[in-house]
Design a protein around this ligand. Sequence first.
Ligand code: 13P
Ligand code: SF4
Length: 328
Amino acid sequence: MPTALNFEPLILGPADTEPAPLTPIQEEILELKRQRNAVILAHNYQIEPIQRIADFVGDSLGLSYQAASADADVILFCGVHFMAETAKIVNPSKTVLLPDLEAGCSLSDSCPADKLAAYKAQHPEVYVVAYINCSAAVKALSDVICTSGNAEKIVARVPADREILFVPDQNLGQWVAKKTGRRMRLWPGSCYAHVLFTVRALEALKEQFPDAPIVAHPECVASVRDMADEVCSTEKMVAFCREAPGDKVIVVTETGMLHRLRREIPHKTFIAGPTDSCACNDCRFMKMNTIEKVRDALLNMAPEIVVPEDIRVAAEKPIQRMLDWSRS
Ligand code: 13P
Ligand code: SF4
């Protein structure tokens, strides 16, 4: 018998009202965007007021394609550092802004480039598949990049005679290894936020909503993934939730995702996946971007993402390989 949750679940929806009018600061951002000829790209984990004024809201894969094809002068990237860096790598002639340069990622931090270089020096035979949640310097040392949206497809394309080193997320790596049947060496990194979801808390929530299917991000630990009806990237969660039977879905990922779901599927109810101590789970890095910082970034044209050209050129190859393999 699962223990009861000692807090109220976080439930969003159904959205039965028209969206609130834009606030003065949101209007100011849209005006600055026009003046700067900027495009605003936002990850699904951004706060709702940022998602609302973005030109595109999506997962890492969708955002990479958008960044590569952006023809505005400025890309204002509302996400975390590695995402904005990827935008700069694939579109170097653009000015790429990130509202807060400190918006990092625990996964990216878990694989420093010097450690990966040392590992490769000892094991030169490995084929490095790097989850996009890593620095430009790590990408520059990799053979191909993947996201949670295309990891299965990318790993399946790696020549069968090559031994794969998957960096930096051991949880995504385990999940892809199981899906593809490919044996892989896994870098011991993890997302500090996604590993907080537990089976214990999910079972207790499921007691309250027995008919609601569970969708979970592959960065969750195996026991949580095993409980889910579907494991997928944030973008694929939108399709899953749209098609899922019933009117409620339990969504086991960062809380910002619920705003995207509520906007696109207003007639359904979304319940945040809980941790042992909280009804929902924010990524502290994603949440460093505030609406004020978004306005200031466009006003001051800073902070700007800079990538040394030698690293940029080396990092572009595995990203381009991913974009090509992912399309075909
Ligand atoms: P997605 O590519 O699925 O949006 O995931 C990005 C991420 O950082 C998850 O924590
Ligand atoms: Fe990184 Fe985890 Fe935050 Fe995603 S949720 S940006 S993986 S720390």
